[in-house]
Design a protein around this ligand. Structure first.
Ligand SMILES: *[C@@H]1O[C@H](CO)[C@@H](O)[C@H](O)[C@H]1NC(C)=O
Ligand SMILES: *[C@@H]1O[C@H](CO)[C@@H](O)[C@H](O)[C@H]1NC(C)=O
Ligand SMILES: *[C@@H]1O[C@H](CO)[C@@H](O)[C@H](O)[C@H]1NC(C)=O
Ligand SMILES: *[C@@H]1O[C@H](CO)[C@@H](O)[C@H](O)[C@H]1NC(C)=O
Ligand SMILES: *[C@@H]1O[C@H](CO)[C@@H](O)[C@H](O)[C@H]1NC(C)=O
Length: 500
């Protein structure tokens, strides 16, 4: 008995010592593993740092820096007003959009950088509307001939199979593909030009023949403004860098961080009037260090308004559609709605909302704007008006007379963006915005661009195409606006602008 239990104990001791020895060995290998892993980590960080700080795109900033860039800028309002809209035009305050584009092409000496959600300057089968695409075709021909004039054309796009981009690439345009599907499942909806890192265009118009003939568009061209161009160029560089990537780098290059933002806006002269300006972007994933989000720029402009806020957008819809575990869910997106409510009710700011009424207007738009309007019920100093801009029955996809504007003007600032005010747009689509604020110094200033934009808004607001909805008792107005017959059907199918 004793002997056997003794040997059992011995055996146990033996296996314990083997276990300890193995444990020692195991710990040793673990330590080695940790050391190797740490080394690998260091190496990875080093590689990341090298790649992020070195200029791997071979893209310089033309020797212009934030210190010596130009802040003495000339800004011009550019608009496309379709022939078949009869609006009272004041020739002095705005330039036709096509003239604006051609003047930028005339200025170009080295480079033009373009971002546009669509490339359809040529219309391929347009027997129904003769000459509709003339301006678009002209612009396209000029873009094709840039290379022969020694001007580099660089384009960032999320389109995979565009005939026009292929044609431009065949004429030596450099086209970088941004795979938005991989990042947010949205689109690259930004729309801007940068010419020689000096002059810029931002606005609602795309590289689409409709923008130059049939749709109502509004934007600005800013000349001799390398400070602003430099900052917008950084947004472009960011898109440029995403070429054939399917992830956003976690460490940003200094070349894409923002120069100006809502807390440190660029101080500049706009037509000899002191002003501040900055560029905002969306979606949030695309906002590099210090870059202001579009939504925050809109907040800031609304919150700093003192007497009025005029908003002109194609669609207004405080909803966001997200995909959650494979199913799409729609949620209320209060971000912009709530700052408008605050301005109207708590600060007594007068708000006017001009929304387009067209075949893609979401049926719930009416419910949300009615809700906004009802805020002022029984309140003294409260004014919120909504009108719908509608031209003809929208047949086919020509978007005749569609108000495609996307801007807001207040008593002291302007926000011009690429997005409609729809939650999903800001969440998944890439866009840019330009904010400029005129300094309070009425003495030494003439008529500012802000007043031109305000006048353009009031012209549209008072036109025969802007119709108000008088509330539920006035159902007749609906018919007048040709509210889609398939209202309920559309709602059930939940077909709206940007199905994700
Ligand atoms: C601006 O400054 C940079 C560096 O400080 C210099 O290389 C460049 O030539 C300057 N550009 C102009 C237009 O003065
Ligand atoms: C690309 O466009 C061409 C011409 O429009 C068309 O024939 C072709 O089917 C398209 N390819 C894909 C993959 O969509
Ligand atoms: C874009 O990214 C998606 C998802 O990563 C991928 O499935 C698709 O093939 C990519 N498209 C192109 C044209 O590279
Ligand atoms: C830009 O500034 C230069 C020099 O001040 C001036 O000659 C030129 O006309 C300006 N360009 C535009 C488009 O205003
Ligand atoms: C309405 O509110 C504005 C801003 O607070 C104020 O300036 C104005 O005097 C108010 N008007 C009335 C009638 O109370």
């Amino acid at each position: 008995m004793k002997a056997s239990s003794y040997s059992a104990v011995q055996q146990q001791g033996y296996s314990a010592s083997i276990f300890l020895r193995n444990k020692d060995k195991l710990e040793w290998t673990q330590q080695k593993c940790i050391a190797i892993f740490a080394l690998l980590c260091c190496f990875a960080v080093l590689v990341a740092l090298i790649f992020s700080s070195v200029d791997i795109w071979g893209d310089d900033e033309d020797g212009i820096t934030e210190e010596n860039c130009s802040r003495d800028c000339r800004i011009v309002l550019v608009e496309n007003i379709p022939d078949d809209l009869s609006l009272h035009l004041d020739g002095r305050s705005h330039l036709p959009l096509s003239v604006g584009f051609h003047s930028l092409l005339d200025q170009a000496q080295h480079s033009i950088e373009v971002v546009s959600p669509v490339w359809e300057l040529n219309s391929w089968d347009l027997d129904t509307i003769p000459n509709a695409a003339q301006q678009g075709e002209l612009l396209f021909q000029r873009l094709l001939s840039l290379n022969s004039q020694g001007v580099r054309l660089k384009i960032a796009s999320s389109l995979t199979n565009s005939t026009e981009l292929k044609a431009l690439a065949a004429h030596n345009a450099e086209v970088h593909f941004v795979n938005m599907t991989a990042f947010t499942r949205g689109g690259l909806h930004s729309s801007f030009w940068i010419v020689d890192r000096k002059h810029i265009y931002i606005g609602s118009a795309d590289m689409d023949w409709r923008s130059l003939s049939k749709r109502k568009e509004l934007g600005v061209v800013v000349y001799n403004c390398s400070c602003l161009a430099l900052d917008l160029h950084r947004v472009f560089s960011f898109y440029w860098q995403l070429h054939e990537r399917d992830y956003i780098p976690s460490i940003w290059s200094k070349r894409v961080t923002a120069l100006y933002g809502k807390h440190d806006a660029l101080e500049l002269q706009l037509n000899a009037t002191p002003a501040t300006a900055y560029v905002s972007t969306s979606p949030e994933l695309f906002c590099s260090k210090d870059r202001t989000r579009d939504v925050d720029a809109i907040y800031q402009v609304i919150q700093s308004a003192k007497t009025f806020i005029f908003i002109s957008v194609t669609d207004y819809l405080p909803l966001v559609k997200r995909s959650f575990r494979g199913t799409a869910i729609t949620r209320y997106w209060s971000s912009i709605d709530e700052v408008i409510r605050e301005a109207v009710v708590l600060r007594g700011v007068r708000v006017r909302l001009l929304i387009s009424f067209w075949k893609k207007t979401h049926p719930l738009t009416f419910n949300f704007v009615t809700s906004l309007k009802s805020l002022c019920m029984q309140l003294h100093n409260c004014s919120l008006e909504v009108r719908f801009f509608s031209h003809k029955e929208q047949k086919d996809d020509f978007q005749l007379g569609l108000n495609h504007n996307k801007y807001m003007v207040t008593d002291n600032a302007v926000y011009l963006g690429n997005h409609d005010w729809v939650g999903s747009d800001f969440a998944v689509n890439a866009g840019v915005g330009l904010v400029f604020k005129i300094k309070d110094n009425p003495k030494d200033r003439g008529v500012t661009v802000l007043e031109h934009i305000k006048a353009a808004f009031e012209r549209d607001w008072r036109s025969r195409y802007a119709k108000s909805l008088q509330g539920s008792k006035d159902q007749g107005k609906y018919r007048h606006l040709q509210w889609p017959k398939n209202h309920r059907e559309a709602k059930e199918k939940n077909e709206w602008n940007n199905p994700l």
